[in-house]
Design a protein around this ligand. Structure first.
Ligand SMILES: Cc1cc2nc3c(=O)[nH]c(=O)nc-3n(C[C@H](O)[C@H](O)[C@H](O)COP(=O)(O)O)c2cc1C
Length: 194
């Protein structure tokens, strides 16, 4: 089957099943309260400067999602990479809440202040990136707004290190597969290219 994307297709349904596994950015932002939400249209972009991109859509009423509104307002976010044990909390935090409600309160998600000038991280996440807004992108005809953020600081939980001096670490992330999830499974060493 060969599908033409200029026809009336459910692009999202097709793309999210095929472009897998996607890493999950569990993003903490601040306005009057602290907002937490997961995003999987998310990827590393450049190492120098250290940037990542996340594409954020609209709420069901057409307003920008709280995460996007907060990042544009404060220019800051903390991107946590959740681990297996946090799957339920992370998933629950995707529920659309009114702007004045915090997912931290509604779903009992503990936060921890780690980097002075950034929003808190979700407690017990193995990895967190403390980021500043770098660039907003406009995709013609899209209701999604990709934003580029620059990593300013990074937290790595001490228990993740396999060699702390050399900064080697490992953890058990959650990946997005369609509308479901997967864990990493067996690690396979890269074959030597002849
Ligand atoms: C695993 C997962 C990944 C998601 N990825 C995205 C995404 O990449 N972009 C997006 O706009 N919404 C995504 N969502 C939906 C948002 O998490 C959801 O709309 C949330 O309510 C946004 O919250 P906010 O308004 O507090 O920012 C995802 C949801 C889940 C569960």
């Amino acid at each position: 089957m060969l599908l033409n994307f200029d026809e009336n297709l459910d692009n999202y349904k097709l793309m999210r099943q095929a472009i897998i596994p996607r890493p999950i950015a569990w993003i903490v932002t601040e306005d009057e309260n602290t907002n937490i939400a997961p995003f999987s249209y998310f990827m590393a972009l450049t190492s120098t400067p250290p940037t990542m991109v996340v594409s954020i859509g609209q709420k069901s009423d057409g307003a920008p999602k709280d995460t996007l509104a907060n990042i544009i307002k404060t220019k800051k976010c903390t991107i946590c990479i959740p681990k297996e044990e946090q799957l339920q909390q992370m998933h629950f935090s995707s529920k659309e809440l009114a702007h004045n409600l915090s997912e931290a309160d509604v779903f009992n998600i503990d936060l921890e202040k780690k980097a002075k000038n950034f929003p808190p991280m979700v407690k017990d996440t193995p990895i967190a990136f403390f980021c500043e807004l770098f660039q907003e992108l406009d995709i013609k005809g899209s209701k999604h707004k990709p934003i580029i953020v620059e990593i300013k600081q990074m937290f790595i939980d001490d228990t993740c290190f396999t060699n702390k001096e050399k900064l080697y670490f490992e953890f058990n992330p959650i990946a997005r597969i369609g509308g479901d999830y997967s864990f990493l499974g067996e690690k396979i060493s890269a074959p030597k290219i002849p």
